[in-house]
Design a protein around this ligand. Sequence first.
Ligand SMILES: Nc1nc2c(ncn2[C@@H]2O[C@H](COP(=O)(O)OP(=O)(O)OP(=O)(O)O)[C@@H](O)[C@H]2O)c(=O)[nH]1
Length: 693
Amino acid sequence: MPGGKGGGGLYAENDYDDEEYDDFMDYGDQYDQYDDPAAAPQQTAKPSVKSLAGPKSKATQPAAAAGASALARCLCDPPPLRHSGRPQRGAKKKQQVSVIYPNAPPLASPQADPVQPFGFDTPSPDDKVLQQQQRKGGSHQLSNDSTAASDRSARAGAGAAGTASAASPSNGLSTSEQGQKAARATPVNAAAAELDSMRLNSHAEATTSGAPPAATPSKLGRPLQEFRLEPDLLRMCEEADRTGQEGGGGSKPRLHLVILGHVDAGKSTLMGRLLHDLGLVDQKQVHRSKQAAAQAGKGSFAWAWLLDERPEERARGVTVDVAVSRFETAQRAVTLLDAPGHRDFVPNMIAGAAQADCALLLVDGSPGGFEAGFDSSAASTGFGMAASSGQTREHAQLARSLGIEQMAVVISKLDTCGFSQARFEEIKAILLPFLRQTGFRESSLRWLPAVGPTGQNLVGPPTEPALASWFQGPSVADAIDSFQAADRDIHKPLRMPIVEVFKSSRGALCISGKVEAGVMKIGSSVVVIPGYEAGTVKTLEADQQVVQLARAGDRVDVTLADVNTSMLTAGAVLCHPDWPIPLVTRVEARVLVLDVEVPILRGQQVILHAHAAREQGHVSALISLLDAKTGQVAKQRPRALGKGQTGVLEVTAARTFAVEQYSDFRAQGRIALRDGGRTLAVGIVTGLPCLLP
Ligand SMILES: Nc1nc2c(ncn2[C@@H]2O[C@H](COP(=O)(O)OP(=O)(O)OP(=O)(O)O)[C@@H](O)[C@H]2O)c(=O)[nH]1
């Protein structure tokens, strides 16, 4: 329900506790019935949150009874997968997904694989469907909702074609087919324009000049269910598990930790000091940083400058890009992602948080500091979100929507108010209900004070008597040690979203990112999507050490051989050649609308964020409004989706981009829609409707 309570005012009025959270983890089960049309006869747009991992943990309970929040309902992970023997959820829909690989070269020969690969010497079932559709002359649409979108395009085309098609109704075609025929007949129709734009603007067309022509205009990857990790890679993984040597970090569980919070909350300072206290930064570096900060008249930024090394960051006194450092605590090998807090750099923060397993949320505890970072009632810009709405709120919402479940809330700067326990408790009392409504379990949150500049409560208990007198909880290092490392998702095709492209000291073009699924070794065949650029892994480095193997969960620098380097861009995805990530222009997504003042309408311009990719686009259809309590369709084709509402919409991007259904790969199936520096909505991809060439 919009206009909730507490800190956010965004969500359903019901708070939920851990028990309820577990209930809404089963929320997706409600959608299972929709696979059977008879079970939900009134339903035409069916939400399809599905999962492919692991057995179910507990019996289904209606989320309605649980009273879960709208964000939780919309975003939290759906229940784990059924076991074998039962059809995978979404299998039907997935087979229908269409993907486009402009100028796709022939597939690289598959690795040793127990599954007999399809030779592409005869038409595949998909090719047959395609040919059939081309004979019929229609664009391929998948779900009911997409069909509606197709019809809209076709109608637009028919409209543009004037009365020609309307004047010849007796040609034996359905209304939709007439529309599509008309759409093909005129250059100004919406469908053709969209197709043209895909061709003209796709990454592949823009960058693969001279590439061999595609063997076929479109290729689908093999079904996910057929994937088996190659035996040699499996052996290497088992060996790496035994020795704990590959992927860096020795035998300690690996964590990807992002530092979030409003601008100037103290993130870089705290992390700079933490690295020092853990012995990773020597006195010489600290001295150099102190000197540079003092010379620039910004002495208080000395610790922050250990991480903020770029000249513009030092000039502005704010973090611009995500700084990556690595360190070890007693129990964990940590890849630290220090995200920018300034609202101008939220896209960079999204790229950082998308790779993280857990987060530290820094909250400024100084008088007025917390309020400035959390306020959403500041003056309006006249459109969209409040102009100065705090990034504490936005970061927490984005972090949860990007899959982060474990978080430590670090209240900084309490030295400015005499280490007041009352201030600590006041902030916690406001923030906790908001975080619960956002979808965090209370048991997955830690609360602690820390002072970066003096190192209070970073490693070991506080020494400041005024703080030690009332706080006996975890230090920052303890909180990090308590985070659970994510499971390595190795039994899936390779996925590594490219976060950064840079020249190595040896002059080679390196790509860097976190392997989200699968495994690769030196010599592995890979493909870069978009562009369908095939190559071979030449070198792998983790923690600045050469490694032979990179598994899901490892952050690695990779160089590729035999690849057109112009295809290596942030937002592209390194994939297994036989199971590439879908490349689409449109996504259907179930979203929660955040703190917007003006509802989302059809045609709304957005920047679509998915993993490390960003594309311009627009909301091309509002498919349904969902009931906040039950998740069922409350209204088909609503005119608008307002603040706090959950709905299904379709976004069309200006160019093709790589994304997948959340039910297949969670990390690549989460999206955020932003416009004008504000996050409008967050959600998960439920379908990939797409026109075929
Ligand atoms: N008194 C006090 N000052 C602090 C504390 N933590 C940080 N500061 C100061 O706050 C200012 C901003 O700190 P940064 O570490 O740059 O903040 P940030 O959150 O990293 O900023 P962005 O990355 O730009 O969002 C600096 O002047 C710090 O010295 C603290 O616990 N107490």
